[in-house]
Design a protein around this ligand. Structure first.
Ligand code: PXP
Length: 246
């Protein structure tokens, strides 16, 4: 199984001090260095989200990381003309289409592919025409799987946030059942099935009970752990919890 590491929080920390001048000679920490460190620790791909409000990753970060890392770049993006233009310029290996809302702290729900079908399908086609593999970040619901297949995406990323946030064990189990059902349906329809959001060192073993998962995308927990042990070591620790192999 593959591990994608989301390094947006490194840019968040830099922006906390240098939002007005992220390229200033004192600006730190460096998202590019974080990408190198994550790869060092065993990341199979690097994920960044350039948001419409540029609250963390900047276009210059995306260009630099795209040019210099030796693993695939996964660009998380809202379905907007601005982000499509950036993706078509960058040509990352993968694009993951996500909903975006300026007031949210992080991506809260999945993309409503069924409810925004034409716009999503048009974005999928434009990205694929440029050689970019497309993933749709969706809640684990049958209607969203069906719509993702109809939209022509190669991959879905199942939103694991409801599982991760569940306080009661019974609710977590119910969420795992929903994830497993969606994973089976996606796999049966020929989609690559990935998962992400809220996965941490403690809950990953239960996420791994979901069948057919090809890749996990993890950010917050790894970056938090990196403040104790360094980023390469934090990625290595997570990697050790995931079955090896592509
Ligand atoms: N996948 C997607 C589509 C996301 O939006 C995020 C959060 O940016 C993640 C994975 C990673 O989530 P977390 O930071 O909770 O590990």
């Amino acid at each position: 199984m593959l591990l994608g590491v989301n390094i947006d929080h490194i840019a968040t920390l830099r922006q906390a001090r240098y939002a007005g001048d992220h390229q200033c000679h004192n600006a730190e920490p460096s998202p590019l260095q974080a990408a190198f460190d994550a790869v060092d620790g065993g990341a199979d791909s690097i994920t960044i989200h350039v948001r419409g409000d540029r609250r963390h990753m900047q276009d210059s970060d995306a260009r630099e990381i795209r040019a210099k890392i030796g693993v695939p770049l996964n660009l998380e993006m809202g379905v907007t003309d601005e982000m499509l233009a950036l993706a078509l310029e960058l040509k990352p290996a993968f694009a993951c289409l996500v909903p975006e809302n300026r007031r949210e702290i992080t991506t809260e729900g999945g993309l409503d592919v069924a409810g925004s079908f034409e716009a999503t399908r048009a974005a999928v086609v434009r990205l694929q025409d440029a050689g970019i593999r497309v993933s749709l970040f969706i809640d684990p619901e049958p209607a969203q799987i069906e719509a993702s297949v109809a939209a022509g995406a190669e991959m879905v990323e199942l939103h694991t946030g409801a599982f991760a946030n569940a306080r009661e064990d019974s609710a977590a189990e119910a969420e795992l059942d929903r994830l497993a059902a969606a994973a089976r349906a996606g796999h049966a329809a020929g989609l690559q099935v990935n998962a992400g959001h809220g996965i941490n060192y403690g809950n990953i073993a239960r996420v791994l009970t979901v069948p057919h998962l090809a890749e996990l995308n993890i950010g917050h927990s790894i970056i938090a752990r990196s403040t104790r042990v360094g980023l390469a070591a934090a990625v290595r620790e997570m990697r050790a919890l995931i079955p090896a192999g592509g």
